[in-house]
Design a protein around this ligand. Structure first.
Ligand code: CA
Ligand code: CA
Ligand code: CA
Ligand code: CA
Length: 409
């Protein structure tokens, strides 16, 4: 420019020079102005200046509270309502003085209520990039247990190309679920009355469920009626032998105590109920100390006619369906015996209600018991008779079912 000005000064008068200088000054100002404007609009001119971290302007979740029992828009419940998958749209906007394009990623982390344990972390998808900002969004999915409601915390931050991290924005998400009362199953009961005693020693256990988790159950109580002492007794899920509880925390509550009946032990009725920490009470279950007899409803051998194999063995399925008005939990054992003439064998074959293929039992705990036994080549020809038995926890037995198996060559 100096060169241009000196060349021109040779041919122009001083007056013209003054005008020209003024014009030059104006051009210089304008250029300087354009230079700064240009800086704002074209960050590539100063890409080496990475001294400024990005700034996270906002981060929002589509909902600030979710009730997993009602808000089906955001929740699906697998595992019969024990766990939930939540899908929640989130949006975040970050700004960077080096331009929206220099923001490389937007991170999120979800924390459990009152905890630093991470439920999920990841990055959001980039939606659009502006001259000084970038928009990100995603549908974030994560799993939670029904027993873990509370305030979950989303934390977001942006990162730029120079790995500068922005401020963090924390978004709370309140997750609630409906309280449900505890549900009592049928109690199982054993009683022992020493000879010559007025009193009976009672061992009871009862399964309790609560969809909010077994730890939501505060107390399980039993109260004898028509007994000399009819005060409430606590039941325990502590795994202690003194309460005859086998496993702690499995939802099976047990206890033992002596009962002295007012009149007859058969007139004593136990009343059970539970209360949870929300104050909701369970269904009430009654159990008489008068035993209801078990019964064989149906017994079967399949096939009931078979050719004795020349080698190896063939499977024979034995099954029996039983009942007890005190509940299937009162069934102690189901078994069968071969009936000889004369009956000298006391060996018995137990049947199982475990739903296992090996037992030939299709559904567990439905009162149908089965066993598959091999018929070998050493079996003898003839019609074999089998008797089926069911015994309950009081020791009462029904042995009314008999079936034949015809074996031939
Ligand atoms: Ca509950
Ligand atoms: Ca237990
Ligand atoms: Ca019974
Ligand atoms: Ca079964």
């Amino acid at each position: 420019m100096k060169k241009a000005r000196s060349q021109m000064s040779d041919v122009r008068s001083q007056k013209e020079n003054k005008k020209f200088l003024l014009l030059l000054l104006l051009i210089a100002h304008y250029s300087l102005f354009m230079f700064f404007i240009g800086c704002e609009k074209t960050p590539t001119e100063r890409i080496d200046d990475n001294s400024k971290p990005p700034f996270l302007l906002s981060a929002t979740t589509d909902a600030d509270s979710i009730n997993v029992d009602f808000d089906t828009l955001y929740t699906v419940s697998p595992d019969s309502g024990k766990t939930f998958t939540l899908s929640l749209p989130v949006v975040a906007i970050a700004r960077d003085s080096q331009g929206g394009g220099s923001i490389s990623s937007l991170h999120f982390t979800i924390f459990k209520p009152r905890s630093s344990s991470v439920v999920k972390s990841g990055v959001l998808h980039r939606d659009s990039t502006n001259f000084d900002s970038a928009w990100f969004s995603s549908v974030v999915t994560f799993r939670m247990k029904r027993t873990e409601p509370g305030i979950y915390r989303f934390e977001f931050y942006a990162e730029d190309n120079a790995r500068w991290k922005s401020n963090a924005v924390s978004v709370p998400l309140l997750i609630t679920r409906k309280n449900s009362p505890p549900i009592l199953g049928l109690p199982t009961l054993q009683r022992h009355t020493p000879i010559g005693s007025d009193s009976s020693f009672i061992t009871i256990s009862l399964s309790v469920t609560d969809s909010n988790g077994i730890e939501n159950v505060q107390n399980v109580l039993v109260r004898p009626q028509n007994a000399v002492d009819s005060s409430f007794q606590l039941m325990y899920d502590d795994g202690l032998y003194e309460h005859r509880d086998i496993f702690p925390g499995d939802g099976i509550f047990s206890t033992v105590f002596w009962i002295t009946p007012v009149d007859s032990i058969n007139k004593v009725v136990l009343k059970f109920f539970a209360i949870d920490f929300t104050g909701d009470t369970s269904n009430i279950v009654h159990r008489s100390l008068q035993n209801q007899l078990p019964a064989i409803l149906f017994a079967n051998i399949f096939p009931d006619s078979a050719r004795i194999p020349t080698s190896g063995s063939i499977p024979i399925l034995f099954s029996a369906t039983v009942s007890d008005s005190d509940g299937l939990g009162d069934i102690d054992e189901v078994y069968f015996r071969r009936i000889y003439s004369p009956d000298t064998s006391y060996f018995h074959f137990p049947l199982f209600d475990d739903g296992e293929i090996a037992s030939g039992d299709s559904v567990a705990n439905d009162g149908t018991y089965s066993i598959i036994l091999p018929l070998s080549s050493s079996a003898t020809v003839g019609s074999k008779q089998y008797r089926f038995f069911v015994r309950d926890k009081f020791g009462a037995i029904d042995s009314s079912g008999t079936r034949f198996l015809y074996l031939h060559n």
